[in-house]
Design a protein around this ligand. Sequence first.
Ligand SMILES: *Cc1c(COP(=O)(O)O)cnc(C)c1O
Length: 400
Amino acid sequence: MMGVDLEGHSLATGMRSAGWSAPEIQPEPIPVLHPRLPATERLLPYLHRIDATRRYSNHGPLVLEFERRLAEHLRLPAGGLISASSGTAALIGTIIASAGRATPERPLAFMPSFTFVGTASAAEICGYQPYLADVDANTWMLDASRLACHPERDRIGVIVPVAPFGRGVPQAPWVSLRQETGIPVVIDGAASFEAAADAPHRFLGSIPVALSFHATKSFATAEGGGIATTHLDLAKRAAQVLNFGCWGSRNSALPSINGKMSEYHAAVGLAELDAWASKSAALRAVADAYQQCSDQMGLFNRLITMPLIAGCYVLFRCFGMEETTRVKDSLGRKGIDFRLWYGHGLHHQTYLTGVARESLDATEELAPHLLGLPVAPDLSEAAITRVVSSLADGVNGQTS
Ligand SMILES: *Cc1c(COP(=O)(O)O)cnc(C)c1O
């Protein structure tokens, strides 16, 4: 790679001495994610309301309005959407409300290794030992039918299926499994807001779904999360867990944290909801442009985009380690950032290397080869073309 001086001119000194040549222009780096949350002007009406009421937290009017509007958006009954300070807090509240803390008889939280570390952090803070399971190679999710006769079944205190990259986790198989085994199930649906809104009858129901509204997710409040369920008693209990175990009095009756959403984050959430239709359409347009461009460059069916996954992700599926290395090198040379969003699986995280797990063949095969590509609601067609042509160079073994 050529060096770059402080002005950004390339230091191709050899070329320069051979007469005049146009300065080599290093392309702008493209970040892997460039989130865009509501601009100040759109927040102002909500911020003025906070100034007027001087309510800053503890289920103030903006949080209540945000929960009501979100529940409507997700076609949940009133009270079916509880806000939280983060997706991880939402998971903690949901785990405690559904399963309580771990017991000596049932110490395990059964979860996929193919996920973000937040899934395991939440379960661990509730006293559980994560048990890392493999995913189905096609759905990238836990397979409920494999669990009924799992050797560790009687030691599992809670099952946490994950919506990988926001792919919705269907309720039906988990409702059956819960009925059959009595084991509580909590879905980490952190990035699955769009799936839930598009098909609530499939992806929402009596099994609670924890959502993240982190800045990196499609629908965002900077930090924030929610619990979505039709099980209203469970929702109420989760809200209590997120409020020091208190509800309607100052008596703490449950294991708890402070996991409440503030009025300021609710302001961002309300402004995000106001313009969600256009943000969602913008993410859709980016996904469509990626697909079109990859077809034009002969990379058929290699990009995974919304609506299969959340709009905040565009994934490129590499085949084999050699191709992966070539594609990563090609992106790196062009200043295009990319990410393995779930690393190589949780079992490769330092803190989790020792935890119990089964053989993770599908995870090992999948995780290193699914490259997360740049996404932003306003990512330009030129940038998309640059990314896809760099992918094509990598696939075709072009090294310049
Ligand atoms: C984003 C994410 C989380 C964590 O959510 P936060 O809002 O950052 O706490 C947990 N699990 C998965 C699968 C995620 O994608």
